[in-house]
Design a protein around this ligand. Structure first.
Ligand code: AHM
Ligand code: MG
Length: 335
């Protein structure tokens, strides 16, 4: 018998029906981002072919200039959000300053969106998953005027919703509000994201740790000791498995589904860390936290860090609650 699978649109409508006072603005935002994600996936999945075509010149079949994929992804997201009805402005990992969509409709919108348009884009050449990461905040300034920088410099716990899209063997959109985390897989037959992973929960424990071990000698001794603990295993018999794609979206996606811990500590070369608080860490920390996991910079919860600027970076440790707690024990012990 035909099993009814909800599309992303049907799912958001169903949610709206449960909350009759909701305005539908957030659902519209999600729909817009879903549309941009489909366009990005279409382009990302033909990256190899585009390269071959690109060899004949720098213009595509429509006579447009061939863009780098991260720029393409950035432009797609900006276009859907600017032309939608729910976004007052954006900040992107690819752009130095925030952008206020200064027109009559957008100035009245409640929300601002921050995103990393194509995380892990250095992996495109080798056919490894990449992704789009986004966080949605209710603006602080009053609607009716263009949004301002303060609307973006909010701690991650104030996200109304956050999500990512992983462009892997299939494309999957994972989306969290405070009510829960749901995953939607793109069904290529109908071109729709369909609810495939309802009510996602991050297992309390896992058996993998995910880190660039190549920087081992640049890590603090607390991190080095934790890595030795991972290799010995909690029971000193079997160690955890080490898995590292080098695409944060992919590493965190595995961590969310299977349990485990993802680590990107400070290194001697990058003493403040590498990963961006606003575009990468906050949205993924929000998702994992709603799913029952944890995210910390080693001293404080990622979601409670107060950003001073749009592009700040932070050390980050996130994943299964018990594994992150065990890691915190190593930081506490080292003072
Ligand atoms: P990007 O936003 O420029 O793609 O960089 C972020 C990526 C993450 O996806 C990944 O976790 C990390 O950089 C990998 O860095 P490293 O190669 O230092 O391990
Ligand atoms: Mg990134």
């Amino acid at each position: 018998m035909y099993k009814k699978v909800l599309t992303l649109d049907e799912f958001t409508i169903q949610q709206l029906r449960l909350f009759p006072h909701a305005t539908g603005e957030l659902s519209a935002l999600l729909r817009d981002i879903g549309l941009a994600a489909k366009r990005i996936y279409a382009e990302v999945s033909r990256a190899g072919i585009a390269d071959i075509l690109g060899a004949t010149g720098d213009t595509n079949i429509q006579g447009e200039e061939v863009q780098q994929l991260d720029l393409f992804a950035n432009n797609q997201l900006i276009a859907v959000l600017r032309h939608g009805m729910s976004c007052a402005g954006i900040a992107s990992e690819e752009m130095e300053d925030m952008v206020a969509f200064d027109d009559a409709v957008n100035n009245n919108s409640k929300y601002v969106v921050m995103f990393d348009p194509l995380d892990g884009s250095s992996n495109i050449d080798i056919n490894i998953p990449t992704g789009t990461i986004f966080g949605i905040y209710r603006r602080i300034s009053s609607p009716g005027a263009p949004c301002i920088l303060t609307d973006f410099l909010q701690p991650g716990y104030r996200q109304v919703a956050a999500g990512y899209v992983i462009y892997g063997p299939s494309a999957m959109l994972v989306y969290a509000t405070r009510r829960g985390v749901n995953g939607f897989t793109l069904d290529p037959a109908i071109g729709e994201f369909c609810l495939s992973h309802p009510n996602m929960v991050c297992p309390e424990n896992g058996s993998t740790y995910s880190i660039n071990q190549g920087y081992f000698f640049q890590y603090t001794s607390a991190v080095q000791q934790y890595l030795a603990f991972c290799q010995q295993g909690a029971k000193k018999s079997v160690g955890y498995s080490q898995r590292y794609v080098g695409s944060m979206v992919a590493d965190v996606h595995r961590t969310l589904l299977k349990g485990g811990i993802f680590l990107y500590p400070a290194t001697a070369a990058k003493p403040k860390g590498k990963l961006r608080l606003m575009y990468e860490c906050n949205p993924l920390a929000f998702i994992l936290t709603v799913a029952g996991g944890k995210a910390t910079n080693g001293a404080a919860s990622i979601l409670h860090l107060l950003p001073a600027s749009l592009h700040e970076v932070t050390p980050v440790y996130m994943g299964s609650a018990n594994m992150v707690s065990a890691l915190q024990g190593f930081f506490s012990a080292s003072g």
